[in-house]
Design a binder for this molecule. Sequence first.
Ligand code: HEM
Length: 492
Amino acid sequence: MDPYKYRPSSAFNSPYFTANSGAPVFNNNNSLTVGSRGPILLEDYHLIEKLAQFDRERIPERVVHARGASAKGFFEVTHDISHLTCADFLRAPGVQTPVIVRFSTVIHERGSPETLRDPRGFAVKFYTREGNFDLVGNNFPVFFIRDGIKFPDMVHALKPNPKSHIQENWRIVDFFSHHPESLHMFTFLFDDVGVPLDYRHMDGSGVNTYTLINKAGKAHYVKFHWRPTCGVKCLLEDEAVNVGGNNHSHATKDLYDSIAAGSYPEWKLFIQTIDPDHEDKFDFDPLDVTKTWPEDILPLQPVGRLVLNKNVDNFFAENEQLAFCPAIIVPGIYYSDDKLLQTRVFSYADTQRHRLGPNYLMLPANAPKCAHHNNHHDGFMNFMHRDEEVNYFPSRYDPVRHAEKYPIPPVVLTGRREKVCIPKENNFKQPGERYRSFDPDRQERFIRRWVDALSDPRVTHEIRSIWISYWSQADKSLGQKLAMRLNVKPNM
Ligand code: HEM
């Protein structure tokens, strides 16, 4: 092997301390000074290098999902779904694929407590033989909005007040009072599952609708769901205050300690599928991310299991520099016209080029583990050593060719250009059904959380009335109870 070509970390094994350039450092304790009491000389290159590197140790945190913890393991197919997809990593029961998973909270900063009421991210990178597949999901199966054009405003409303840097309910209920499509997501966020016990005891979901496509080109819409084998557990308010007060990193610690002790977290993967030929037969739009697909008519089908059996070796390299993107798919899996997914397909790689630099996919945690080749290179921090003379395509000097064609959804797309909402909104039915599925104690906790949020002194009578009207449309008795507790006369 050419020693100048590769620099694995095992090459950093000199028995003595060196500068980054490799030069020996004979004193790492004292700065170079004029006399023993100073001043310090600018020519102390080692000191300057050490401080300069330290000054740049932090990279921008993720604009959302900044707080997270990762672990590695494998995904194993347990059930044959090759009739639905030609994805190589799903080709047969028993096939295992290495994965890295990052769990996260959404709204607050990199060092914020892990006990806050917030959705949790559940992002899985499968290192398959045909490239990486990133299933970038959350612990809830639905989302607040159905069109990504609202995402930056939504995040601004949920994040701390730009003036005080305090998260405030009046800003949240104000923004969402314009968006009744958010009700279903709030039946998760303001339910007990809004504060999971830790990262091991929560569900995961791909949330958006994707497409599975088989060798013959037949497509099915698909939703992905993870179910933990140790069950879903949550923290109630006083428990969360207690746990978070003692350790603001309790979920990171729980994940790390469980794996270190050999108690490996495990989830089962299920899918639900819809034949696109039947997409009109429901009272909801299957591509609307604010909707779940009822399990009684679209049953969960088992696919495989995810086991996390290895902790990260380095948090910065395998958590901070980790980059997931819903656009990263493999043959056999495709996007759908779900408008929120389409926006996400753009946004992640864009933010990562800013957050990590244009060559972020060369970082070891993000790079595919299979052979890969193209001519997208150079730019800041291109550290791939390349020695080809042909960096264009096509060329008669370079044998690289196109990959074999694989199927993509065959639907013919037609329509006028327009900026409109989907026709089948149906914002109230599923939130009402979910609320009614709670037992009375759980309903009471849900109501109490809403009363708390709407009792913020800056919430106006108008906003309270709108929310009461929304919840009444979901469930009449829920609206009445909120109106009574908030002392607002329902105007319906
Ligand atoms: C249009 C809507 C959305 C936009 C524009 C958006 C954008 C983003 C951005 C910019 C990041 C930071 C990525 C990084 O810096 O590496 C992020 C992270 C994340 N998003 Fe979204 N997001 C959207 C909706 C969603 C939805 C619906 C889900 C759940 C299915 C989701 C799950 C996640 C997760 C899990 C992460 C963290 C990934 C990690 O652990 O590194 N997002 N999102």
